[in-house]
Ligand binder design. Structure first.
Ligand code: C2E
Ligand code: CA
Ligand code: CA
Ligand code: CA
Length: 384
């Protein structure tokens, strides 16, 4: 199964006409690659099915898939415009006799979505593990809906952030879900499902509201909240956030918005104006997992942020990978030169702490100081 990946720079006002011309051209490029005994069919939209007959091994399939990508990646001339597109492919290998066709399509479709999920413009072979993944996501979606509707099982944990003197100055809200059957489900598993299913909207609102309410109890601490790129791209994101902050009566100056580079990658004017509006209302913006994405440094100039959080992988490799220390000191120097606060996350050892202090890191967070704890435990801590 093949599906066109439209890239950003395919002009939107190409319109239907151009879209159709592009898809037709895509189809004929596909057909030109195939042998007489193969088959190609357009399934609708920009999705095609290709049947390769008598394939003997995966090497042959690999070759054909690579060839398809190569040919599709060449620029398209459509109505006087140039378009660059990619193609995602899901592959299923099967003996044709005795295999249910709908079952083949279903599996190829799963593999296609995995290919899309893993960055597009690539191909993936179906595996039974993918099938289990789909079932898992379906179950999680249903149970998360229920948890949100009944307000059961979900809660926030809070992990302290300390300044150079070791004083707690803020906490980061982290989602916890006690699933009725599966036990604790980590946010790293849960958030992607919520993003795919649109549940990130209501879930994100719930998280923000909980964190804002909790912040009222801790006037001396800021509360940092994680937002997914999907939330950021939703319409009126900034207004929605400010609406909740105000409704809870939280002090905007005590709320910090954590975003990852994924938010900034699009270079989207909507994202930029959302960031501007949040900062204008007094909230702070921190760039999370800093250093793990692409060309991170250039984002700092284009987007207004207050803080960078150096990704914990750099801190963890201190003392093992030589360049970790160099990267950390460079980021701190650069951050300070740009007037930003620099935080290190994932601090676990005394050695890491000493190095970060000497390098002038402003804020620290990690198991060395405290794991994420309950809201009640924060109140005890904030009393000192
Ligand atoms: P993150 O924002 O980078 O959060 C830090 C993660 O590192 C947390 O994992 C935290 O428990 C863990 N951690 C903290 N200190 C240490 C340490 O010293 N060593 C090690 N090895 N780990 C440490 P957690 O809570 O499982 O969250 C994982 C990720 O899930 C978060 O990464 C964040 O991207 C996402 N997430 C968590 N809560 C939310 C939320 O409310 N909304 C959204 N959109 N994403 C969330
Ligand atoms: Ca498509
Ligand atoms: Ca974070
Ligand atoms: Ca992080």
């Amino acid at each position: 199964l093949l599906d066109l990946d439209r890239f950003k720079h395919v002009n939107d006002n190409f319109g239907h006409l151009a879209g159709d011309a592009l898809i037709q051209e895509f189809g004929s490029r596909l057909a030109s690659l195939l042998r007489d005994k193969d088959m190609v069919a357009r399934l609708g939209g920009d999705e095609f099915a290709v049947l390769l007959d008598g394939v003997r091994n995966t090497a042959e399939v690999d070759q054909i898939c690579e060839r398809i990508r190569e040919v599709v990646n060449r620029p398209f001339e459509v109505l006087g415009n140039q378009a660059h597109v990619g193609v995602s492919m899901g592959v299923i290998l099967a003996p044709l006799s005795g295999t249910e066709r709908t079952e083949l399509l279903r599996k190829a479709n799963i593999a296609l979505y995995v290919a899309k999920g893993e960055g597009r413009d690539c191909y993936r072979y179906f595996s039974p593990a993918m099938d289990a993944g789909v079932r898992f996501r379906g179950e999680i979606e249903e149970d998360l809906r229920h948890a949100l509707a009944t307000n059961t099982g979900l809660r926030l944990a809070y992990q302290p952030l300390v300044n150079e003197q070791g004083r707690v100055i803020g906490v980061e809200a982290l989602l916890r879900w006690e699933h009725p059957q599966r036990g604790n489900i980590s946010p790293a598993q849960l958030i992607p499902v919520a993003e795919e299913t649109g549940l990130i909207g209501p879930l994100g609102d719930w998280i923000l509201e909980q964190a804002c309410r909790a912040s009222l109890e801790w006037p001396d601490l800021f509360v940092a909240i994680n937002f997914s790129p999907v939330q950021f791209r939703s319409p009126h994101f900034a207004e929605r956030v400010l609406g909740i902050v105000n409704a809870c009566g939280a002090d905007p100056a005590k709320i910090e918005v954590e975003v990852t580079e994924g938010v900034l990658i699009d270079d989207d004017e909507n994202v930029r104006s959302a960031l501007r509006r949040l900062r204008a209302a007094g909230l702070r913006v921190a760039l999370d997992d800093f250093g793990t994405g692409y060309s991170s440094l250039s984002y700092l100039r284009r987007f207004d942020v207050d803080k960078i959080k150096i990704d914990r992988s750099f801190i963890q490799h201190l003392g093992q990978a030589v360049d970790s220390a160099a990267i950390i000191t460079a980021v701190i120097t650069l951050g300070h030169a740009m007037g930003l606060t620099v935080t290190a996350e994932g601090v676990e050892t005394d050695e890491q702490l000493q190095f970060l202090k000497e390098s002038g890191c402003n804020e620290l967070q990690g198991f060395y100081f405290s794991a994420p704890v309950s809201a009640t435990a924060v109140s005890t801590l904030a009393a000192f």
